[in-house]
Design a binder for this molecule. Structure first.
Ligand SMILES: *Cc1c(COP(=O)(O)O)cnc(C)c1O
Length: 404
């Protein structure tokens, strides 16, 4: 079938069969496809977003106002914001150098210290597969078991990544997936929660559909949410599942090509999996610039106020009147971003750690400096399904031009 053919077939079916609602045959079909893909006898519930999946997983782990949750600081805000939706407190844990993900030693230190300071352990542990790289699952799961704290894997960026051959999101009690427009596969917007069994999945589904009791009228004994995936979006998801292996192959191929082409370039380091156990999907390829590296035009970095948000949230951002903050990418990184942008290449800074975000300035944080220093030197490179080998060559040539 042609490009987007399967997606259109399933979406058309939703209209033809009059299932243009947040349930239906595509939702069931998509969930079955996902269950087969992730394996391990897991149950999967399709939801309206990955953020909703994080939120419901926290509820299912019993997170209540005043509780604390240990969460990776080096992540997109959707890992931690739902903790605050619940009136609970994110306790941020910094990263290890190898994977950029939650440092197990710091995690254990945080758990012990929170207990000493508050008398309570965190209610859940949320590691994140940043840019698709698996976290140190073995040690994080061991720590979760040692202190009897459930692990919620945020695999939103790590769909199809594996650790020791097993799909991410199937190790912890719950696993979060996202199908937002920019993720590994998309339903335009959407997400899913990988659940341990049918009973847990039913509870998640119940919360996702306004928590209704079995009466002929609306009877509510708990607060629910409108978080179920639409049958139209699930149709796109079913189509995407037919190309997921192709997407994974493509991202890994692009990573390999960057590795080859950037191998001899001084001051530029591409980030790679630390060992064969870590089978990353390379959702985005990432590189670091040596702080000493000079980029053409660097003396003008941060001179102009940026008028659009990174990520292009349809113009819905607050305007700023300052060009800098107290924690930002180095001048050479920002200059290279603008240089590549002028050559029609969109790159992004690495996510800014949550413990450096003003909105979380009063939260407990267990830090070792890794995420902050990576944020200052890191950069995300294009890797999506439309990036060709020639594109990668062009991107690397432009990087070389910029640093000469
Ligand atoms: C995208 C993302 C989410 C949330 O997914 P949405 O579908 O956009 O709500 C959660 N965590 C991480 C790390 C993400 O990158």
């Amino acid at each position: 079938m042609s490009e987007a053919g399967m997606e259109q077939k399933y979406v058309k079916e939703a209209f033809d069969t009059n299932w243009v609602v947040p349930l239906g045959p595509n939702v069931n079909g998509f969930e079955a496809d996902l269950e087969q893909f992730v394996g391990q006898d897991k149950k999967v519930v399709a939801l309206s977003s990955g953020t909703a999946a994080v939120h419901l997983a926290l509820i299912a782990c019993g997170v209540k106002p005043g509780d604390e949750v240990a969460v990776q600081s080096f992540t997109f805000c959707a890992s931690s914001h739902p903790i605050t939706y619940l009136g609970a407190v994110p306790v941020f844990v910094d990263s290890e150098k190898d994977t950029w993900n939650m440092d197990p030693d710091l995690l254990e230190e945080a758990i012990v210290d929170r207990k000493a300071k508050t008398g309570k352990y965190p209610k859940a542990i949320v590691p994140v597969a940043l840019y698709g790289m698996p976290y140190n699952i073995k040690r994080i799961m061991e720590i979760g078991e040692k202190y009897d704290i459930p692990v919620i894997e945020d695999a939103a960026e790590g769909f199809g990544s594996r650790f020791n051959g097993q799909v991410l999101g199937t190790f912890g009690k719950y696993g979060v997936l996202s199908f937002n427009g920019n993720k590994m596969i998309t339903t335009s917007g959407g997400g899913a929660l990988i659940c341990p069994d049918k009973e847990a999945a039913n509870t998640i589904m119940w919360y996702a559909t306004q928590a209704r009791e079995a009466y002929p009228y609306y009877q509510h004994e708990a607060i629910g949410y409108n978080y179920r995936m639409s049958n139209v979006c699930a149709g796109i998801g079913r189509g995407q599942m037919t190309v997921v292996e192709e997407h994974l192959r493509h991202h890994k191929h692009v990573q390999k090509l960057y590795e080859e082409l950037l191998a001899g370039v001084d001051g530029v380091t591409l980030i790679k999996a630390p060992s064969a156990e870590y089978d990353a999907n390379y959702w985005l390829c990432t590189m670091c610039l040596d702080p000493e590296l000079r980029v053409k035009g660097q003396e003008n970095a941060y001179k102009k106020v940026i008028t659009s948000a990174v990520g292009g949230a349809a113009g819905v951002i607050h305007a700023v009147d300052s060009t800098t903050t107290d924690c930002q990418p180095n001048d050479n990184v920002e200059t290279l971003r603008l240089y590549l942008d002028a050559a029609q290449i969109e790159t992004r800074p690495i996510v800014k750690p949550m413990h450096k975000q003003p909105v979380y300035k009063n939260n407990p944080a267990y830090v070792n400096g890794v995420s902050e220093s990576m944020f200052k030197v890191g950069m995300c490179l294009p890797a999506g399904p439309y990036v060709s080998d020639d594109d990668v060559r062009y991107i690397v040539d432009c990087i070389k031009d910029a640093i000469q």
